[in-house]
Design a protein around this ligand. Structure first.
Ligand SMILES: Cc1cc2nc3c(=O)[nH]c(=O)nc-3n(C[C@H](O)[C@H](O)[C@H](O)COP(=O)(O)O)c2cc1C
Length: 201
């Protein structure tokens, strides 16, 4: 595979175009964030990287809380809108007709229409250059119960989540594997001992 070498750039893809809600039930905002991920499993930790010029930056810095709402494909237009317009000038909850539901651990509203909402409390703020990284503890996760089966297994594939890659949005589609499937051995049929083999022993 022939490759050209470019200078370093923010090209890890795909990323989730999350809708991050912040503020409180009266004064809330939504900012679309692609620069996010998991930083630790136990305890569960995450981050969002936000430019200091964003309206949400001051809100999150002051409150020390935010909620990451995962974007299903039917809300991708709303996510894009929340990533273009500033909450300084527009009430994005009202404009996008999204419903606020108060968090259980934080004052921020989560977005009712999103299948997963992840409540976070800021632990550290690291200035990296263009963006400040808000490192946070994941306090709890609210999951659409229609995605959970009788055994309590979460079927995230049914959430029609959106991916963001190099300026374009995609809906997650075909399942092509599951964790550890590359190492799974085929089940061997138990060999039944024949009369002849028995006598040979
Ligand atoms: C798909 C997408 C991803 C984005 N990711 C980020 C991000 O990770 N960090 C950031 O500061 N801005 C990001 N933005 C831009 C902000 O969402 C945008 O500037 C927004 O209008 C800021 O809203 P606010 O001023 O109400 O906080 C993204 C925008 C889009 C459309």
């Amino acid at each position: 595979m022939a490759k050209v070498t470019w200078r370093g750039g923010a090209l890890i893809s795909p990323l989730p175009p999350t809708m991050v809600s912040c503020g409180d039930m009266e004064n809330s905002n939504i900012i679309t964030i692609g620069w996010t991920g998991i930083t630790n499993t136990i305890p569960p930790k995450t981050y969002i990287s936000v430019r200091p010029s964003r309206h949400s930056h001051a809100i999150i810095k002051e409150k020390g809380e935010f909620i990451i709402n995962l974007t299903p494909s039917n809300l991708v237009k709303e996510a894009d809108y929340c990533g273009i317009y500033t909450g300084k000038k527009v009430d994005k909850f009202a404009k996008c007709k999204l419903t606020k539901v108060k968090g259980t651990e934080v004052d921020c509203p989560m977005i009712e229409e999103c299948p997963l909402s992840i409540e976070c409390r800021v632990t550290d703020i690291i200035s990296l250059g263009s963006h400040d990284m808000f490192m946070a503890d994941i306090l709890c996760v609210h999951v659409d119960e229609s995605l959970i089966d009788k055994e309590g297994k979460l079927h995230l594939d049914k959430a029609h989540l959106t991916a963001y890659a190099h300026g374009e949005y995609f809906e997650l589609g075909k399942k092509i594997g599951s964790f550890g499937f590359s190492t799974k051995k085929k089940k061997k049929h138990k060999k039944t001992t024949t009369q002849k083999e028995k006598t040979q022993k």
